[in-house]
Write a protein that binds this ligand. Structure first.
Ligand code: NAD
Ligand code: DAU
Length: 380
């Protein structure tokens, strides 16, 4: 995208804004909504609007005087430089990424491009920008890199949860690309004194999550009476965190975290995939008493496993809790209830993001997956 064109109509901000990348995606849009609701000042959102980016997520703040949107690519060096020079942000909060593991298995290129090259482009521009600031501006500036627990690899059932010192062992192309980006950030801190902080978070769920990910996919399929595709034996474990709790953790780290540190973020909610899906089915049975597909658990279908599927993730968030006082406010039960209600009352949103190219993805990812023995119905 042409940089000048993309800046048209975007007002310069005062007081200093933050520059958010990937703010039209799931976590980024929740972050911007939370940031503006808390009255924390202006935000400039740089987003390429890939299939996962949806300006509708931010419709409520489109006209907000503190919100500006720039459509563009984080790999566009000139655009990134122009945005930093023009808006003089006090922080960059970097969400933009290709984020779906299954897509990374079927097409890793975009992951290496955005997650590695894109992060490199931002780091290089942020370094030059930081060096142009006066002493006070430099002292205030932060680069917050939003990363994932998947960089740590997989845990056996009795292993302790991932902590900030757990060695990196990424297993999917997505995880490897995020691990590479984390290493780049580390190098920019160490070598160039860039005031960056990294967060590694567990699985998020909540409003505006694209329905290719487990929880919104299961809700969308169940509503339509479609199979609920559980990979492998469904006993893989994830540690779930309500997205707004993640956003509050990011704000806490941005405002009070120590430069050069890593903070793990997680909800302490380890659940097997099968538990998650059966809980969702029970919630849907309760909230949709007239549904012809009740009991929704009859739709559960075991399908061929994800190649290289990580068995278990779990996060030890004691550093963030102890040092910065962050606590998750939602339990898995309250967060999931809110989430299901949100999806049920936003059928139009689901419809609009799953039309068109999404259908092609469903065919590509699920079309050739075999249904495995003992396929449908109740849990194992
Ligand atoms: P998402 O896929 O929903 O959104 C990604 C956003 O980035 C989209 O708006 C997309 O348009 C934008 N984008 C992609 N490529 C871009 C580019 N080259 N230039 C500019 N914008 C681009 O992702 P998400 O789930 O919101 O994740 C956000 C970040 O949080 C990612 O870095 C991800 O690795 C990390 N994370 C996600 C989770 C999770 O459970 N979803 C957990 C931990 C960490
Ligand atoms: O752990 C943090 C990561 O969580 C983030 O970094 C990623 O961006 C995010 O996508 C998420 O990765 P997962 O692979 O864990 O999420 P996903 O929702 O794709 O899958 C969750 C689990 O559910 C996983 O074990 C695979 C399984 N699954 C997923 C889908 C889409 C199924 O069994 N069936 C499915 O159809």
């Amino acid at each position: 995208m042409d940089a000048n064109q993309s800046l048209n109509g975007v007002a310069e901000c005062n007081p200093k804004p933050i520059l958010v990348t990937g703010g039209a995606g799931f976590i980024g849009s929740n972050f911007i909504l939370e940031w503006l609701a808390e009255g924390r000042g202006p935000v400039v959102n740089l987003d390429k609007l890939t299939y996962a980016g949806n300006p509708e997520n931010l419709a409520a703040v489109e006209e907000h005087p503190d919100y500006s949107f720039v459509r563009g690519d984080i790999c566009d060096r000139e655009l990134v430089k122009q945005l930093l020079d023009r808006f003089k942000p006090r922080a960059v909060v970097h969400f933009a990424a290709e984020s779906h593991v299954d897509r990374s298995i079927l097409g890793p290129e975009a992951f290496l491009k955005t997650n590695i090259d894109g992060t490199f482009t931002l780091l290089r521009a942020a370094k030059a920008y930081m060096e142009s600031l006066d002493v006070a501006g430099r002292a205030d500036f932060r680069f917050l890199h939003v990363s994932t627990d998947e960089v740590y690899g997989t845990l056996a059932p009795e292993d302790p949860a991932f902590h900030e010192g757990t060695p990196y062992a990424p297993n999917s192309p997505y995880a490897a690309s995020k691990a590479a980006s984390d290493h780049l950030v580390r190098a920019w801190v160490h070598t160039y004194k860039l005031p960056a902080i990294v967060t590694n978070c567990s699985n998020n769920y909540g409003p505006y999550q694209f329905p290719e990910k487990l929880i919104p996919l299961m809700i969308a399929n169940a509503r339509q009476g479609k199979p609920l595709p559980v990979y492998g034996d469904g006993q893989q474990v994830r540690d779930w965190l309500y997205v707004v709790d993640h956003c509050r953790a990011l704000i806490t780290v941005l405002e009070n975290g120590r430069i050069g540190e890593t903070y793990n973020v997680g909800g302490g909610n380890q659940r097997s995939n099968l538990e998650v899906v059966t809980t969702l089915c029970a919630l849907l049975d309760e909230l949709l008493p007239q549904s012809q597909f009740r009991p929704h658990a009859q739709l559960i279908t075991y399908v061929e496993d994800r190649p290289g599927h990580d068995r278990r993730y779990a996060i030890d968030a004691r550093k963030l809790e102890g040092e910065l006082g962050w606590r998750a406010q939602e339990s898995f039960e309250t967060g999931l209830h809110k989430t299901v209600e949100w999806y049920l009352s936003h059928a139009g949103w689901v419809e609009s993001v799953t039309s068109g190219a999404y259908q092609h993805w469903v065919e590509q990812n699920y079309g050739s997956r075999e249904t495995t023995a003992g396929a449908t119905g109740s849990s194992r």
